[in-house]
Structure formats: structure tokens, C-alpha cells
Design a protein around this ligand. Sequence first.
Ligand SMILES: *Cc1c(COP(=O)(O)O)cnc(C)c1O
Length: 399
Amino acid sequence: MTGLPTRLLMGSGPSTVPDRVLTAMAQPTLGHLDPAFLALAEDANALLRSAFRTANPTTFSVSGTGSAGMETMIANFLEPGDRLVVGVCGLFGERIVDAAQRLGVCVSRVDAPWGEPVDYARLEPLVGAGTRALAVVHGETSTGVAQPLEGLAELAHDHDALFMVDCVTSLGGHPLEIDDAGVDVAFSATQKCLNCPPGLAPMTLSDRALERLAARRTRVASWCFDLPAILEYWDSRTRVYHHTPPINSIYALHEALMLVLETGLETRWREHAAASAALLVGLEPLGARGLVRAEHRLWPLTTVVPPPEVDEAAIRHELLERHGMEIAGGLGALAGRAWRIGTMGVNASLKSVTAVVEAIATALGESSSAVADACESALETWSATIRAADPHPAGQGAP
Ligand SMILES: *Cc1c(COP(=O)(O)O)cnc(C)c1O
């Protein structure tokens, strides 16, 4: 096949896929019960445990994109009539509410203004006797907010509720420690900070989550995402066929996780912090500003409010057509009012950050010296953040 352009993918996902991952994906397809495939898949699950920072034996990938992970979480760990509390601070929190309501779950929600995380003090009174689960989005890609997880697991567990987290945009790019944070059910996706093509939803389940699954009063309403059946395939003692997993996508995930762990998870987090900081410092002299306060900024995805007179869609169009570079526009309340710039995985690099700063400055009609100054400021901030002892802003990331 020919004729497709090469793009630098710096939107909200998918992100740029490295050649090593594409090459891994192009290896010969094996059968889903072939011992050679199963060994590789087990290896991928072990690498996922490292990336999630968990010892959960049940760590695997759901077949389908991040949304399949969300559907699996809701359909298996809640039953019709169960009470779920959701912290909503953007579109992806809304989706958890929507998916749960469709399955007959009674949802109580706490909303934060777009651009801010959900306040612990507002969630606390809603979680009580009868609450079956508490769910939040760790990396809210629609706004660029990182939701602090501190205290939420204790709050849920004190009331015998599960703590469920959407880690789609944080896994591999933002400090996340599943076991330390007490998360029972987490799902992610391959096409954000892991730099794989879309198609798998990495998932990890605590013992508490598995006990809940075993104690269900009703059958799981979804055939496709029926975890008790799916886990019989992933369990090495049973290996019962449920559906054919996307074999070549698992090759890609394995290679992508090797890349993450070769660099080191903490180095990757630091690179994402540096990229987000450098991007903002480069764009601020052009009249753009960050939407989210520094301590709540999601490093892999930075929301930028362009200067008021600028047609944000025209600039995005120019970036794509003239520079082969994709950035995302605002969603929902931010439509037409923001750019969402992803510096995910390999694009959490000085090279990608200066490329996007340069392209935006040029598209805004800046002089060549102003373009050079913007790139120079980005470089200085990048270097300072990479060297800093601890890039964590206060109160952010894992407890
Ligand atoms: C991208 C995204 C999803 C949905 O993932 P898909 O792979 O598009 O189905 C869910 N949650 C968050 C936070 C996301 O960024």
C-alpha cells in the first residue's frame, strides 16, 4: 500500500508509532494457542505489571481500544441497581457516567469545572454505605488535567467499594503507581503514551476486584467483554478460547513496553514533565496560555488557549498541511477555544516540542527571530526540568 503521508502525531492520540513497534507488528501471525505466542503474551503482561507498578497477577489486555477497557470495567464490576460515584472533570468522566447508566447502574456524580480536578472534599460525602465503586479519570485528555488519587482508595475501601481508574493517558507518561494508590480496576489504551497503534486496552485487577467478580449475583450482560470467560483464556491453567485476541497488536504492545522500560519509567515521566513545561514556555510569548494550573497539569497532554484573535482550526489545518503535524482541537466546552497538544512517549522529546513550537509560531506569522526565541526558551525549560531533582509539582501524581 502506498500514498499515505507520514505525520508527527501530537494530538490527543494516536501518537507517533516508532519503527521498532511497526516492525514487531509485521512479524508472522501465530495462533492464539501457540506456545510461542502465549510466551510472548505472558511477557507482555509482565512488562505491563512494571508499567502499571503493580504486582496484580491479573494484568492483561482487553481486545479493543480504550473504550473497550471502560466497558469491561463497568459491565463486570457493577450490576444493575448498584451505586457508583464518579468524579467528572471532562468528557471521559462523562463517558463513564453514560456507560454505567446504560447498564442500569445508579450513578452519583461530582462535577469539577473544565480545567480543574475533582475535589476530594466533594466526593467524600457521596461515598457511603451501599456505594459499590468510586471511579475517576486519572488523565483527563479532554482538558489536560491530572486527577490526584490521594485518599480515594481509602475512601472507597472504608465503605467496601472498589476504586476504579481510567489511566488511558497517564500510563507510561505521568506518575502512576497502581498498588500504592490502592487502585482495584484500571484500564488504559495502547495509542497514547505507549506509542502503539490503537487496538488494545491494558487492564489490571486487584484481588479485591476479583473477589467482587466472583460474588456477582447476575451474569455479565456483555458477551464480548465477559471477564469470567475471558480470564479463562488468560489463565495459564485453563487457556480456554473465548475470542481470538489481536495477535499482532500484542507483538506491538510487547515491543512498545520494552522501549518504555529500556528508557526507565521514571525517566519517561520526567521527559513528559519537561515536554509539557517546555511547550508552554515556548508558546506563552506568542500570546497563548496553559488552561490548567501547574500542579494539576497532565504532562502527556497540554491544553493551550490560543491568543483570542486566532482561528485555532485554521492553525491546526496549516500545521497538518504544511508541516505534516497533527495537534488536537478543544472538545465539548472547549471546542473552538483550545489546542490540545500531546507530547506522548517518543514525542516527549525536545525535538518534537521545538518542532511544534516552531510550526505554531510560524503559522501565527511571527518573525524569524521571534520563532527562534520561542524555541530557545523551550530548550532552556526542557533542560532545567530534565535536570531537576524532582519534577513532581506538589500534590500531583501518585501518593
Ligand atoms: C482516548 C481516551 C479514551 C478512549 O480510548 P479509545 O482508545 O479512543 O477508545 C478513554 N479515556 C481517556 C482518558 C482517553 O484519553
